[in-house]
Design a protein around this ligand. Structure first.
Ligand code: NAD
Length: 258
């Protein structure tokens, strides 16, 4: 029987890239995330036909623990097992700490941090029973260092790295690993919004705004791609990575090396 992976927030951006990479490696995929129903159906069919695996879709809202538990149960029901959980769903909001809306703080913590906890809690019993499992938390360079205007995001991403370490240690004898991936800038809708805001604020073109954004943080001056992150996720699911435990692996063009 082939293995199955849940990738949260896989209707767009990094999650979709990771879902495609895991499907190419033979995993059945439970897709999740928001979006237009017809577009999601198209993604579900494309991932399946392109890679010859089974796919399903869960509409779970990752800010709701009961939805997450149902998504895990639906995965076992659809594919016979759950073997990999990629906690990727995430949102961003930027403002000074003193102006940061309370409800945005709560929402970011709920989706970007608590959602990963509830997902891990729901899959670990399955992973322990089968003696194999992989949890991959999509953190960020902002899990390792801070930036202005991102108090909730940076707190959530630092938090998810802490959670990664605890789960990894607890599962160290169970064939279960838990690691975090820390991307630098990836040109997805989440970052395009920040590019647009910078272009408007500085009265510059979109291309100039992208260059500025990269130059501020990344010595490579290059965006990391969803495909590169997908390849790292596939490695973390491989036998070669069986003893990689509790790590926060940056793929950030040198951002956090400085
Ligand atoms: P994106 O906006 O392209 O995709 C986010 C995905 O999460 C979408 O599928 C969306 O529908 C889903 N989502 C949002 N709220 C949800 C909810 N409540 N329940 C279920 N799904 C929900 O963003 P992205 O850039 O691909 O980001 C993916 C992850 O990567 C996030 O955790 C983000 O913090 C992280 N990340 C992104 C970058 C970057 O530069 N883009 C860098 C570092 C880390």
């Amino acid at each position: 029987m082939s293995k199955s992976a849940i990738v949260t927030g896989s209707t767009s951006g990094i999650g979709l890239g990771i879902a495609n990479s895991l499907a190419a490696a033979g995993f059945n995929i439970m897709l999740n995330g928001f979006g237009d129903a017809a577009e999601i159906e198209k993604i579900k069919n494309e991932v399946a036909s392109k890679h010859g695996v089974k796919t399903a879709y869960s509409p779970a809202d990752i800010s709701k623990p009961a939805d997450i538990r149902k998504m895990v149960a639906d995965t076992v029901e659809a594919f016979g097992s759950v073997d990999v959980l990629v906690n990727n769903a995430g949102i961003q909001f930027t403002a000074n700490t003193e102006d940061f809306p309370d409800e945005k703080w709560d929402q970011i913590i709920a989706i970007n941090l608590s959602g990963a906890f509830h997902g891990a809690k729901a899959v670990i019993p399955h992973f322990k029973k089968q003696g194999w499992g992989r949890i991959i938390n999509i953190a960020s360079a902002h899990g390792l260092v801070g930036s202005t205007h991102k108090v909730a995001y940076v707190a959530a991403k630092h938090g998810i790295i802490g959670m990664t370490k605890v789960v990894a240690i607890e599962a160290a004898n169970d064939g279960v690993t838990c690691n975090a991936i820390c991307p630098g800038w990836v040109l997805t809708p989440l970052v395009q919004k920040q590019v647009d805001a910078r272009a408007a604020e500085h009265k510059i073109s979109n291309e100039e705004a992208k260059r500025e954004l990269l130059a501020e943080k990344e010595p490579s001056l290059k965006f990391t791609t969803p495909e590169e992150l997908g390849a790292l996720a596939v490695f973390l699911c491989s036998d070669a990575a069986a003893n990689v435990r509790g790590q926060a692996w940056a793929m950030d063009g040198g951002w956090t090396a400085q």
